[in-house]
Design a protein around this ligand. Sequence first.
Ligand SMILES: O=C(O)COP(=O)(O)O
Ligand SMILES: [Mg+2]
Length: 221
Amino acid sequence: MKAVIFDLDGTLIDSAPDLHIAANLVLKDEGLPAISLEQTRGFIGRGAGVLVSRMMTAVGLADDPAEHARLLAKFMTHYEGEPRNTVVYPGVMDALARLQAMGCTMGLCTNKPEAPTRIALKHFGLDRYMGAVASGDTLPQHKPDPAPLRHVMRDMGAGAALYVGDSEVDAETSRAARMPFALYTEGYRKTAPGDLPHDYAFDHWDKLPGLVQRHFAEILA
Ligand SMILES: O=C(O)COP(=O)(O)O
Ligand SMILES: [Mg+2]
């Protein structure tokens, strides 16, 4: 079985603009200075809780647990609607259709919480491809713990899979799960691709189906 599991933010979708808007709505409401889109990009990858912690640090707030919980709740109310400024990366939809035609089964493993994950998948028509989904709050553990990735694999009934992601967290997760990793280089990583452990790298989704084809031809040979 050819199984491919995807990360979401920075991999399938560029969600930073909507996360940026939600963060700044919270900060404005609190009378605090705004953060930049670039800063927001750097805060994505470990889930909404960590994004809010990093946002608090950026504007000089102490990471007090009660304050954090209050601001996270506010952030989630601003982020829960339909994505307005989020886009699917170029070539994603064609690549997924080609992978499906190649007989691949597909799943999703993200640190984004479940409610906005479901909304985004449906909004962009990605839900029809994903046979199994693990979000940041599906299990007690989240990436870089390998448990969510293994959970998706089990749900898909896959014995082996290729993981596709954009960040340091994804590289670490795939390593922990002993799963081969394809790095999408145009997402939110902060580390140079050469310094991030990966088995494959690609900079445009047009290139993924061929890469997947070669990977499974080799391991199933
Ligand atoms: O919500 C986040 O911080 C990251 O989500 P991702 O795991 O889809 O990159
Ligand atoms: Mg990501």
